[in-house]
Design a protein around this ligand. Sequence first.
Ligand code: PLP
Length: 294
Amino acid sequence: MALRFALMIDPVASDDRRESFDDAFTVVDPLGPALPLGELSAQRGDGVFESLGVVDGHAQEVGPHLDRLAHSAHLLDLPAPNAAQWRAAIARVAAEAGPGESVIKLILSRGIEEGSSPTAWVTLATAPENTRARTEGVRVVTLDRGYQLDVPGRAPWLLLGAKTLSYAVNMAAIREAKRRGADDAVFVTTDGYVLEAPTASVILRLGDRFVTPEPAAGILHGTTQRSLFAHLAQRGFSTVYEPVLLSDLRTADAAWLLSSVRLAAPISAVDGVEKTVDRDLTDELNAYLLSPRD
Ligand code: PLP
């Protein structure tokens, strides 16, 4: 993704009610050096982030992304983000986006080693090409996540519900999926439950029911999945959070990967077994996801 604009943020306290945050923003060269080597985000992946879709200059689902940023920060014992400051930063960066699809990333790092405050910045990049994934779909392989469904509750220090900067495992899973001839992976617990993809939520269609695994299962609560469930519920479908077995994924009438940038990518094969892609419904879901959403 080609970076086009970047803004460093001097994070203010969450209860700071100032009218303008302009003094706390610095525009930097998105392709130049901007972080000291002591940055804990770079050294340890110690921080949290969000990726927002931007369509024709409109940043999608800002509120839900900021809520999740605050949730992730809380899980990592980072200072609570000032929502008004982050909103102002997103508005400043979205103003540079122009027509078409872009991506805004929000990054909140623990800061410099032995420093006293977090480091934060926001970037704007052109969105990758996703047309093929949205129309023809993605072939997935299921990969063992290495723990049972009850682990997130037993070991909260694993930070399984936080969107941390430590995505090396997620990237390794995608590389493994590609080695196996697929496009992407779906993580499964050792006791056979579907979790999520390395960078997306999973939803299934079982007749008139749309189903996704419960966020308490140590997965991210996807902003795209939440928005789409609200839309589907309005259209009269039933939308449910429940444990999803690997066999449910295999036998579901249809399934999708959902994320803020790729939007709805139908799953066209699971572990080499073809799945039907519902092109009309998928087109409709993506038309909704591309419409301005707050
Ligand atoms: N799960 C993981 C692990 C992700 O990284 C993402 C997005 O990047 C999602 C789910 C989907 O979240 P959202 O729809 O908010 O982009």
